[in-house]
Design a protein around this ligand. Structure first.
Ligand SMILES: Cc1ncc(C[n+]2csc(CCOP(=O)(O)OP(=O)(O)O)c2C)c(N)n1
Ligand SMILES: [Mg+2]
Length: 801
């Protein structure tokens, strides 16, 4: 009896200690929110969005969260991050101030506003850490519900690791697929399509995902009655509930201020997800927002007195405190003392974060002031410079903009003076040192980036047969799947029938339906699956059936995938390959080539536009040797054209960022890519007959573009330039023109106006005539080039019209 009693006592003691330690995290987090808001209102930080009112459920989630698990959440989760030991007080404030040093703000090095959390999956050199030894959070982004698509992939990775054998280096990422992906979302954000798309897909895929909805009845000022049918997300998702006969979700509802209830809910959810690989939805309701949505407004404007009173009473931290007192875990006085201590600690942490933030800039200010005084002393117009110096000197806590803009203003005043060079050197050095803090890591800096891969030409048997080009792709995919066990492909019709153009024919039979899989019609989450799985060490290829439907996924590519390396300053990566097919075929939604929109939306992802399937296959082979994301657009009208079958399948590599001259010529340089090149080749033959000798360059990759500046060398020879594509006027052709004329300085060599020839501004019309009157035709290309030659030499090339 005593033994049992003492065991019980010991366990009660342990329990007490654990609860008190949780409470300490909750009040520390709350204090950070309160002080954080004040820092914004006094002008030290620019914007604040905090996790107050959501503390207690996050403690429960953290308890169930294990090493190897991943979070994909949003800006309310500071308490969770603190509870898993990945966010200190000082780091919280460094993020709020926008400290551009990763040592201080490990979430994004000041690139994201505070409240956007991340852990480091990568070492400084871009290599993977062992993710099973740490708790992981994918990097948050601001667009509501945009954390959802990747959540699906983070969860699916566990399923792949558990069920697919032979994956290399698996133990760095998974231990038998036991990892859960934990999603968090606000109640209002569940109105987004991405939320519903993800929920449905997770139910279909049966992946270990625990989805928490933090429900505070509001989305900024908009009440649940405008957001959610029946004002209740778990009620309307009831149909997803699994039963003995059919798969689905486990759905749990719990009050956000009920600490023991929350702990039970999260423990239960974790077992279901981890062991059974069944997704769980936890609807956490009755949450509050003690300080309103963010620092940009006050909630008294839209919450009535009753609501505000209720929020005060049911504040989850207050309720936890009352519960602790009722259970005799601590007295009110003891808890008050804890709160006072937490307040002090937070204040101290904030001070340290502020000093660390301003001290480097203060010493830069001192340095530039010494220099500026020297420049002023030697200047004939010292009286004009001194006020600028005094203004800078007067700033107690300068930012870098103050320093640099003063130096640059003084520079203009000292042209021709003795110290001018000293100052200009300083400005250049300073900019070179500081600019990367804001601009580095758009792409991978590692030794596996695209620049690290050299071209390997396809090799051929002497009597190699010409085959349907889709077979080159198919056989190359076969080589890829056997060479890289961590690769998998999925998309609409990609599985059983082997894609709509049979580029994956037979692959599912050979490699199984986890590695070659059909997916629902849900482009955004197909890409999301890819992002999440790539973040966990797999090499997914997400297939989007047609380029025109990439628009459904462009948001997530732009907001999530393209920014991932950048927004974590190189501490997370998702080397996802997105495969699609496009350019001209038939009608508005099967002929699109909206390349300008794409390349401008997804800086941070490589965009590759192979002209045939051998080139495309070579890009896949290259990409699998790199650690960067890319979009590969195959030519929709090229699958049945004939190409020779290479012998080195899986090994030949198309270089990224290299152009290829596919026909040499002397009169004009024509730059294009993709399907259009075949028309240009035909037009060039016809132009040869009238003595116009065209040089044709295949850009091959739009991002990056002609890294060696080979096109300008061609223009230097021909002195004329035409860019042709199937995009709208001013689309990708304008980008290409800017690259060549502006960046490569081709204007110096031009004897004729550089021009573009594009599709019409409208979507391409249906049928052969629709194509002829919508997209550039062989005649259009012939005549455009002829007109340029006519203008240059009307005698030799008399006007056609
Ligand atoms: C796509 C998109 N639209 C609008 C916004 C602006 N916005 C930021 S938070 C928010 C409300 C979110 O409410 P909820 O999901 O309930 O989360 P809460 O802040 O209440 O925790 C809105 C509309 C955004 N960030 N992204
Ligand atoms: Mg809300």
């Amino acid at each position: 009896m005593t033994k049992t009693q003492s065991q019980k006592e010991i366990s009660f003691e342990d329990f007490k200690t654990e609860v008190l330690s949780d409470y300490k995290i909750a009040i520390t987090s709350r204090e950070c929110s309160l002080l954080g808001r004040r820092e914004v209102l006094t002008g030290k930080a620019k914007f604040g969005i905090f996790g107050d009112g959501k503390e207690v459920p996050q403690l429960a989630m953290a308890k169930a969260f294990k090493n190897g698990d991943f979070r994909s959440g949003y800006y309310r989760d500071q308490t969770f991050m603190m509870a898993i030991g990945k966010l200190s007080i000082q780091q919280f404030f460094a993020g709020l101030f926008g400290h551009s040093d990763l040592e201080h703000d490990p979430m994004s090095a000041g690139r994201q506003m505070g409240g956007h959390f991340a852990t480091h999956s990568l070492n400084e050199d871009g290599s993977w850490k062992n993710l099973t030894l740490q708790k992981n959070s994918s990097a948050d982004i601001s667009p509501t519900a945009a954390q959802m698509p990747r959540l699906l992939g983070l969860a699916q990775a566990s399923k792949i690791y558990r069920n697919v054998s032979g994956i290399h280096n698996k133990t760095n990422f998974s231990i038998n697929g036991n990892e859960i992906a934990w999603g968090t979302i606000g109640n209002a954000s569940t109105s987004e399509g991405l939320f519903f798309e993800t929920i449905n897909a997770a139910g279909v895929l049966q992946v270990p995902m625990v989805m928490s909805v933090w429900d505070d009845d509001y989305g900024i000022s908009v009440h649940a009655k405008h957001q959610t049918t029946k004002e209740n997300i778990s009620e309307i998702l009831k149909g997803f509930q699994r039963d003995e006969n059919v798969n689905g979700f486990e759905i749990i509802r719990v009050k956000g201020w009920d600490y023991p209830g929350l702990i039970d809910a999260y423990q239960k959810a974790a077992v279901i997800a981890r062991e059974e690989h069944v997704p769980v939805l936890i609807h956490v309701n009755e949450l509050t927002q003690p300080q309103g949505h963010s620092t940009s407004g006050s909630h008294e404007r839209y919450k009535n007195a009753d609501r505000l009173k209720w929020e005060g009473e049911f504040d989850c931290v207050r309720q936890m405190k009352l519960w602790m007192i009722a259970l005799d875990i601590a007295s009110a006085e003891e808890l008050d003392e804890m709160e006072a201590a937490a307040k002090k600690e937070v204040l101290q942490g904030k001070k340290m974060a502020w000093e660390a933030f301003v001290n480097p800039t203060k010493s830069e200010q001192t340095e530039v002031l010494v220099l500026l005084n020297e420049v002023a002393d030697a200047s004939a117009i010292k009286t004009f410079i001194t006020p600028l110096i005094n203004d800078l000197k007067g700033i107690k806590e300068p930012i870098r903009k103050d320093i640099l803009s003063t130096a640059r203003k003084v520079l203009r005043l000292t042209i021709g003076e003795s110290k001018h060079k000293l100052l200009s050197d300083w400005i250049l050095n300073y900019t070179e040192k500081i600019q990367p803090k804001f601009s580095s890591h758009l792409f991978s800096d590692s030794n596996q980036n695209v620049a690290s891969v050299n071209e390997v030409l396809p090799s051929y048997d002497e009597n190699a047969d010409e085959v349907d080009a889709r077979l080159v792709l198919r056989d190359n995919f076969d080589a890829i799947f056997s060479k890289y066990p961590q690769t998998l492909i999925f998309g609409e019709d990609a599985g059983a029938i082997g894609d709509v153009n049979q580029g994956l024919e037979g692959m599912q039979e050979k490699y199984g339906d986890l590695r070659v899989a059909d997916a629902g019609i849900r482009e955004a989450t197909i890409v999301g699956q890819g992002i999440g799985m790539a973040m966990r060490g797999l090499r997914p290829i997400a297939e989007i059936q047609y380029l025109d439907y990439l628009l459904y996924a462009i948001q997530i590519m732009s907001d999530d995938l393209a920014t991932l390396q950048y927004r974590t300053r190189g501490r997370q990566k998702a080397p996802l390959i997105i495969r699609t097919r496009g350019h001209r075929l038939e009608g508005i939604w099967h002929s699109g080539s909206p390349m300008g929109m794409i390349i401008n939306a997804i800086r941070g992802i490589h965009v590759l536009v192979p002209r045939n399937m051998t080139k495309a296959a070579g890009f896949y082979n290259t990409l699998l040797e790199t650690d960067e994301p890319a979009l590969v657009i195959e030519c929709l009208n090229g699958y049945r054209l004939k190409e020779k079958m290479p012998t080195n399948l899986g090994d030949f590599k198309t270089p990224i960022g290299d152009v290829e001259t596919i026909k040499e010529g002397t009169d004009i340089t024509v730059v294009s890519y993709g399907s259009t090149l075949r028309l240009i080749e035909q037009a060039a033959k016809e132009l040869q007959a009238v003595n116009i000798n065209v040089e044709i360059i295949d850009a091959q990759s739009l991002l990056p573009f002609d890294l060696n500046h080979d096109i300008v060398k061609s223009v230097a020879k021909t002195n004329r330039l035409l860019v042709v594509d199937e995009d709208v006027p001013g689309g990708a052709s304008a980008y290409i023109l800017q690259k060549i004329v502006d960046e490569q300085n081709a204007y110096r060599h031009l004897d004729s106006k550089p021009q573009t020839l594009t599709a019409k501004a409208h979507r391409p019309s249906y049928g052969t005539d629709g194509d002829y009157f919508s997209k550039p035709s062989i005649e259009d290309i012939f005549e455009k080039i002829y007109a340029i030659m006519h203008e240059a030499n009307p005698k030799s090339y008399p006007s056609l019209y």
